[in-house]
Write a protein that binds this ligand. Structure first.
Ligand code: CTP
Length: 413
């Protein structure tokens, strides 16, 4: 397959109310240039009509193995696919996949497919936690099927809990990451992971603050990949773009560096892996005015802002580990966004930073000229405390996240 050739993605849709979100998923995948074919189960068509899926995908839609028999459709769709994603996947369709049934076109397609199969469950919390469903999920995972974690939130009725379909753009991003080689093996089960993300804001007064351009995308992508690999993920997030909460992760919102430091210090002792992707302000105003400062009245304070240093959360966590407050087996990963100068390259600055901070791994990248901040892609180097340098090629932030977690795997194994 040449690099620019559209990839063939089969979107399976089963019969749950979240079937309407599959329309957005199809559109998102199509807009990125992929060739999308929708295979609904017969009951999915109670929620969304075949005409909608045909119009969005540009392909005919059938649910049964008895359509287009002359083209051997029941085998061909699965054989030709580069990925199959079932979103939403009901408890029923997962049970049928486990049993190896082929009683409609979707299950027949999965039975034939040798490409990655990604199952995105959506159902009521009780159905999700039912031992039958959990056993089916475990079986599918054992067989190499990627079963994503459901999102937590409002379900069809008034109830909330795990069982929501993740947002279509989150699913599309993960499907593309899998196609680009991201490892979603669910072998991080039982691992606790803490991730800092976004930018801190340091208040000057109730309306003004010192902040930065961090979008939180890289931290959220790390959280998503870790959660889908089975880890128990906690995100400590400062200001971020309006991003959906990664499925399966818990999030603590903070504003300032000191607040972030407080949460991290409390949570660090129970973690197996700590990844500091946040852009933490190094300094904060020496004092915060209780009332809005006014021009003409508070000019001196507004024109010259006196700053004091913030705690270095990464260096403090490394120091806590040295002193035994954080287990010695905890892996600590830092980030560095660098620019080079006439004498020193961005990579050399990053290597010096790794030594200074004392973390185990450092994901370094070069910033400036529209690179990295707020962008959907990233690239750089993954540096090890042992002096190793692994180039991380340009990829989506999800692909880069998967590379970083693979780096953690290498270190821990
Ligand atoms: N970091 C942190 N606490 C701080 C500053 C940074 O935990 N007060 C973490 C970041 O989350 C990142 C790493 O340290 O993982 C490097 O951040 P960076 O801002 O590049 O480091 P600084 O030490 O501030 O270096 P510089 O002087 O280059 O800004």
């Amino acid at each position: 397959m040449s690099e620019n050739q559209p990839r063939r993605i089969v979107v399976g849709v089963s019969g749950g109310i979240a079937a309407y979100k599959a329309c957005h998923l199809v559109r998102d995948l199509k807009e990125a240039g992929d060739d999308v074919r929708v295979v609904p189960t017969p009951s999915a068509l109670n929620f969304v009509g075949a005409a909608t899926f045909e119009a969005l995908s540009g392909h005919p839609v059938s649910t049964t193995v008895f359509d287009a028999v002359d083209e051997v459709q029941h085998v061909r769709v699965g054989q030709e696919a580069d990925a199959v994603v079932i979103a939403p996947a009901t408890a029923d369709v997962m049970a049928r996949l486990v049993a190896g049934r082929a009683d409609d076109l979707l299950t027949a397609t999965v039975l034939v497919a040798t490409c990655p199969v990604i199952v995105v469950p959506a159902m009521h919390t009780e159905m999700w936690w039912n031992p039958a469903t959990q056993a089916n999920v475990a079986t599918l995972r054992e067989r190499g099927v990627i079963v994503l974690e459901p999102a937590h939130g409002r379900l069809t009725g008034k109830d909330t809990g795990p069982g929501r379909l993740p947002e279509p753009d989150q699913i599309a991003e993960l499907v593309r990451a899998v196609l680009d080689g991201a490892d979603l093996t669910p072998d991080w089960r039982g691992r606790k992971v803490l991730i800092t993300a976004g930018g801190t804001q340091e208040n000057l007064d109730p309306v003004r603050f010192l902040g930065n351009r961090s979008s939180g995308r890289q931290g959220f992508a790390l959280a998503e990949i870790a959660a889908h690999r089975g880890a128990e993920v906690t995100i400590v997030a400062g200001a971020t773009d309006d991003l959906p909460t990664p499925s399966g992760a818990r999030i603590h919102r903070v504003t300032s560096a000191r607040e972030m430091a407080g949460v991290v210090e409390k949570r660090a002792p129970e973690q197996d892996v700590i990844i500091m992707a946040a852009a933490v302000a190094d300094f904060r105003p020496v004092s915060e005015a209780g009332a809005k400062m006014k021009k003409g009245q508070d000019d001196a304070a507004l024109m010259t802002v006196e700053l004091v240093e913030n705690p270095d959360i990464l260096a403090t966590t490394v120091e806590q580990r040295r002193q035994g407050a954080v287990p010695v087996g905890t892996t600590i990963v830092g980030f560095a966004a660098e620019t080079g100068d006439a004498d020193t390259s961005a990579l050399e600055f990053a290597q010096a930073k790794l030594r200074r901070k004392g973390c185990d791994l450092l994901m370094a990248n070069e910033v400036g000229e529209g690179k990295v901040f707020g962008q959907a892609r990233n690239q750089g180097w993954l540096l090890g405390a042992d002096g190793s340098v692994e180039e991380v090629p340009d990829g989506s932030k999800h692909v880069v996240a998967a590379r970083i977690l693979a780096g953690v795997d290498k270190l821990r194994n």
